[in-house]
Design a protein around this ligand. Structure first.
Ligand SMILES: Cc1cc2nc3c(=O)[nH]c(=O)nc-3n(C[C@H](O)[C@H](O)[C@H](O)COP(=O)(O)OP(=O)(O)OC[C@H]3O[C@@H](n4cnc5c(N)ncnc54)[C@H](O)[C@@H]3O)c2cc1C
Length: 256
């Protein structure tokens, strides 16, 4: 049903179509401070395909930018009072063709993990947990040195503290394994010399660098270039503690 409204003669921004796309553009423009925005719809707001789909916000999409958009959407919905319920889901394949499609999606998801391993991006709940400090995780550069935030005293950054946490007892290290076909999945023991001194937090194959990559917490004194072994399915696979990230170490690609 069309509801005629008093429309302004002009506006700095006119958005045509009030589905999730148009309303989202209006929301973000308003957040950026744009006040002169008109949203037009030939029908009711969200009466297009958005009307049918107040359901799933699946995260994995056909491109990196779409996937990122969906992830940002979830972050936003968490902050809105909109009855958002976050849960997981299961995809069932009832035909061989559908099974192949689902397997392709799994491969696509693994590619994302591969890319972040090559860039050294940490995964929350695997590479970093409440049990590790940012210094141990190699994220000390993200910490405000003068403190003044929740958790600063726990990091030794309170008033009068000298920041003793600058020298952690363990460090998250990138391990490049000699055999590219042996891939760690997580939780595998890491041996240095004859002693198990760490465990893999996450691992996978880096398709760009063509290496099997594993991240693991090892004692802080373990230097770059140290030989390690990772127990993958009962076989100790040798590798080296390697400078990270393995791909684009100067970050030139992400600044293009
Ligand atoms: C049955 C169904 C289920 C779906 N389930 C999901 C799901 O679970 N999860 C998911 O992520 N996606 C789902 N989708 C896809 C999702 O609904 C769409 O991708 C999304 O809603 C598109 O939003 P939009 O704002 O681009 O378009 P729309 O929601 O279609 O909005 C377009 C708007 O533009 C208006 N309009 C069109 N032409 C004009 C004009 N000339 N002048 C003025 N106004 C105009 C229309 O009235 C409409 O309100 C589903 C789609 C369908 C059909």
């Amino acid at each position: 049903m069309v509801r005629p409204r008093e429309l302004p003669d002009s506006a700095r921004v006119v958005i045509i179509g009030g589905g999730v796309g148009g309303t989202s553009i209006a929301y973000h423009l308003a957040k950026l401070g744009e006040r002169d925005v008109v949203l037009l719809d030939r029908n009711e707001l969200t009466s297009g395909s958005t009307f049918h789909s107040a359901g799933l916000v699946g995260q994995l999409r056909s491109s990196v930018s779409l996937t990122r958009m969906m992830m940002n959407s979830v972050e936003l919905y968490r902050t809105l009072d909109c009855g958002w319920v976050q849960c997981g889901g299961i995809r069932l394949a009832c035909t061989p063709e559908r099974e192949q499609e689902v397997l392709r999606q799994v491969a696509w998801a693994k590619t994302f993990d591969s890319l972040r391993l090559e860039k050294g991006y940490r995964v929350w709940a695997a590479d970093i947990t409440p049990d590790e400090t940012p210094y141990e995780a190699g994220l000390g550069f993200c910490v405000r040195k003068q403190g003044g935030f929740i958790g600063a005293p726990a990091l030794g950054l309170g008033e009068g503290e000298k920041g003793s946490v600058g020298r952690p007892s363990k460090r998250l290290r990138c391990l490049a394994l000699d055999d590219p076909r042996s891939v760690a999945l997580g939780n595998e023991p890491v041996r240095i010399g004859n002693q198990v001194l760490g465990r893999v937090t996450s691992g996978g194959y880096g398709y760009t660098v063509k290496r099997s990559i594993a991240y693991a917490y090892v004692p802080a004194e373990v230097e770059l270039g140290t030989s390690v072994e990772v127990d993958i399915f009962g076989r100790w696979v040798p590798g080296l503690v390697t400078r990270e990230p393995l791909f684009d170490p100067k970050g030139e690609r992400v600044r293009v």
